[in-house]
Design a protein around this ligand. Structure first.
Ligand code: MTE
Ligand code: HPA
Ligand code: MOS
Length: 751
């Protein structure tokens, strides 16, 4: 089934926050943000802004009726700065005006003096000074110290991975308006409607029931709107509340880039030990996460880094420690992979390092150490339904890895200044929120009198296709035409206490809640069927293609008549379904448990082509065997895979988030921050669906797909590195730094 939004997307009819028709008297808010990275506020002069015609009000932290606090996990982040500022781009004042232009112009007339404090942008420096955002975490398996003593080969090195700007096409924004009885409605571009509701209620000092948050869809989130949509929605709500007028707050691109957090840069140390058969016997790593100036989701992201420290490999002796370091940058946040990619880059760097020193292909080490069923992850979960080996072997055989390897070698022998590189990237990603209590969802389903169906869940559509999948689920469970089903907006008054749409789990959680609700309604419909058909029992009752079947045979009863009869019988054709992932748990005291419902696996083969005169490169091909389980929508899953691969390649290669030593973002526009365009996309992306039955833990046995393919992009770094090694075999082995921009390639080749 085609994505239900496809036609509207390509014809420009899809509705985003800024497309919602404005109510009369709507005001516009612009943010005045700190131009200083760290300091005590001495003086703020907003008098000129306040006098400007069209400016309605300048709002500061003093106007906040509730708590000036928006921290999600840890209460360490004000909505508007009070005494101190901690990063450039930190919101200080909110200017409300009759037009967006006036509000922005007024913001430009505000100035602020601070007593400067030390600016730290490097996580290792922050760590040395003891500036941590949360407790450090360590996962241990076996005894790495003892194991290193028996290793034939030991390599130590450092790996650095950069940040990444989300660059959702729709910037952050919200539209808030007051309703009667002291209520507020907020239309927000958020992955977490409940997070927005909770934050507004806290800042305004209102009960959550007064705040209704509604989301139609997002023009992309990629994690950047899991927690960080709340600030802007709360500002719109605060202004709407104080002025009792509709207020819109939508960020311009450069403000969005400057004020919001990004993927966490990491700087890490690793030590890897192998025996003479290339079995990795021991692995240790220390990760310094650059968290920015407030915790945001950093503690959860930190934890996923060490959950994925050993990636798709089994290592019997592991000790990994992660520190969340407080720096004077915008608070970094969720981004596709949620810290996992940062952990995986380090183990791949360690393997590549060992391969280079030992004069073998990384391939040989990777293959020797792939995860198998029954292997224990460093967090105590045992691998089940492991497809790592199957994906690897199938990729090697159907894509003829041996031939690719030979061709690359031959090409390199025949070319002096252009070199090719091939790398394999096996992936393993845990599905579930690592914070167990978040793994739940609800769905509200109405069957209307004409047989049409309305479905509300906690799922937010952000381009990933969840609404299409939910529609497929509803149509399949009820046995009706997809045209009968409408997926409603995501609204906190219809579905409450939701987890954000994140962790790739949205379809699993909300889809299973939807199945639960639909089954409740089917129970009612059975009663009606029994009545009409005069049956003693409803054994084998199913609805297929809008017809009721009993015991494997179609009856004369169709869907519409069944629904009519049920309503005449005064049966309830509305239901609220609930789902909480069974069997998952994690104990933070022992750092052991079973946090994931299941894992997603795959293998990519990536071929790069590097111009060793210019440092530029392209990717000839990315060939993938991926474990989708029993994919319920191959088109959507393929789209997620291709998008994830390109986004992952961008992170590893060209996307360079640069701050100067004063914490000012230099890559603050699309002219200075390059994301992959059509020319940067690999010439060939060939995706093969591994044939498996999937798992019952996934909705319709169709495994979660949102984040895992991003990880294939990590292979791009190693494909370039291998091409570089063909040109200059003496490259530094013990240091890996991403993004591997053309500048870095050139410096590396001749450095
Ligand atoms: N795909 C599109 N088109 N837009 C997005 O914002 N977000 C990604 C991924 N794919 C995203 C996307 C991220 S970070 C996650 S966690 C998942 O989608 C969330 O949706 P899911 O849980 O339905 O997979
Ligand atoms: N993934 C995404 N978002 C989250 C997670 C996670 O594992 N845990 C808490 N928020
Ligand atoms: Mo995705 S980073 O879990 O929103």
């Amino acid at each position: 089934m085609k994505n239900i939004d496809a036609n509207n997307h390509v014809t420009g009819r899809s509705i985003y926050v800024d497309d919602v028709p404005e109510l009369g008297g709507t005001l516009h808010a612009a943010v005045y943000a700190s131009p200083h990275a760290h300091g005590k506020i001495k003086k703020i002069d907003s008098s000129q802004a306040e006098r400007m015609p069209g400016v309605v009000r300048v709002i500061s932290w003093k106007d906040i009726p509730g708590q000036n606090e928006i921290g999600g996990i840890i209460s360490d982040e004000p909505l508007l700065a009070a005494d101190e500022v901690h990063f450039q781009g930190q919101p200080v004042l909110l200017i409300v005006a009759e037009s967006e232009e006036v509000a922005r112009e007024a913001a430009g007339k505000i100035s602020m003096d601070v007593d400067p404090l030390e600016v730290i942008t490097d996580p290792r420096v922050a760590f040395e000074k003891g500036h941590l955002l949360s407790d450090s975490r360590t996962f241990k398996l076996g005894n790495s110290q003892a194991a290193f003593a028996n290793c034939k080969y030991i390599f130590k090195g450092k790996a650095i991975s950069g940040g990444q700007e989300h660059l959702y096409l729709e910037t952050q924004g919200a539209y808030a308006y007051p309703l009667e009885h002291g209520n507020l409605k907020v239309i927000s571009s958020t992955q977490g409607p409940t997070v927005v509701q909770r934050t507004i209620s806290r800042v305004l000092g209102l009960g959550m029931h007064h705040v209704e948050v509604d989301v139609t869809r997002l023009g992309g989130g990629f994690g950047g709107k899991e927690d960080q949509a709340s600030a802007w929605a709360t500002m719109a709500a605060l202004a709407a509340w104080l002025l009792q007028k509709p207020v819109k707050c939508i960020l311009h691109r450069m403000d969005d880039m400057r004020m919001t957090g990004k993927r966490h840069p990491y700087s890490s140390d690793y030590k890897i030990g192998l025996d003479e058969n290339l079995k990795i016997q021991a692995y240790e790593a220390v990760y310094y996460q650059n968290g920015g100036a407030a915790a945001d989701l950093s503690p959860a992201i930190l934890e996923r880094t060490i959950f994925h420290a050993t990636s798709s490999y089994f290592i019997p002796n592991v000790e990994v420690t992660a520190h969340s370091c407080k720096t004077n940058l915008p608070p970094n946040t969720a981004f596709r992979g949620f810290g996992g990619p940062q952990g995986m880059f380090v183990i791949e760097a360690a393997i590549a390092h060992a391969a280079q020193e030992l004069g073998v292909d990384a391939f040989d080490i990777q293959e020797e150490n792939l995860l198998k069923n029954g292997d224990e992850f460093p967090y105590g979960q045992i691998a089940e339904g492991c497809e790592a080996g199957n994906c690897w072997e199938e990729a090697i055989s159907i894509f003829e890895y041996e031939r690719i390897r030979k061709e690359v070698k031959e090409f390199n022998n025949n070319h002096l200044l252009v070199k090719k590189g091939v790398a394999l990237m096996p992936i393993c990603f845990g599905i579930s929120f690592t914070n167990t209590p978040m793994n739940n969802a609800r769905a509200l389903v109405h069957v209307y009198g004409d047989g049409s169906i309305g479905v509300s869940t906690g799922a937010v559509e952000m381009g990933q296709g969840v609404n299409t999948k939910l529609l497929q689920i509803a149509a399949a469970v009820f046995g009706v035409n997809p045209q009968r089903v409408k997926i409603e907006t995501t609204n906190t008054s219809r579905v409450a206490n939701t987890s954000p749409s994140a962790a790739s789990s949205t379809t699993d959680l909300n889809g299973k809640a939807l199945v639960n609700a639909a089954n409740q309604i089917l129970e009612q419909l059975k009663i009606a069927a029994k009545n009409i058909l005069g049956l003693d029992s409803t054994e084998g009752f199913v609805i297929r293609k809008e017809t009721v079947w009993i015991n494997g045979k179609p009856t004369s009863l169709n869907w519409e008549d069944l629904v009519k009869e049920a309503l005449l019988m005064r049966l309830n054709l509305s239901a609220k379904g609930h789902y909480a992932t069974p069997g998952i748990h994690f104990d933070k005291k022992t750092e052991k448990g079973h946090p994931f419902a299941y894992h997603v696996y795959g293998t990519a083969i990536i071929v790069s082509n590097v111009d060793c005169l210019r440092g530029t490169y392209t990717f000839e091909s990315v060939k993938v065997v991926h474990d989708y389980g029993a994919s319920m929508n191959k088109m959507i899953d393929l789209g997620q895979t291709e998008g994830g691969i390109v986004q992952g390649i961008g992170w590893m290669t060209m996307e360079d988030v640069v701050y100067d030593e004063n914490g000012r973002l230099l890559s603050n526009a699309l002219s200075t921050y390059k994301i992959p365009d059509i020319y940067a996309v690999p010439e060939e992306i060939d995706v093969h669906f591994l044939n498996t039955p999937g798992t019952d833990m996934a909705a319709f046995r169709s495994k979660a797909v949102g984040e895992p393919p991003f990880l294939y992009g990590i292979g791009a770094w190693f494909a370039i590195k291998n091409a570089m090694l063909a040109f200059n075999p003496n490259l530094k082995a013990d240091f890996a730094e991403s993004p591997l921009t053309p500048e870095r390639v050139l410096m590396g080749l001749y450095g």
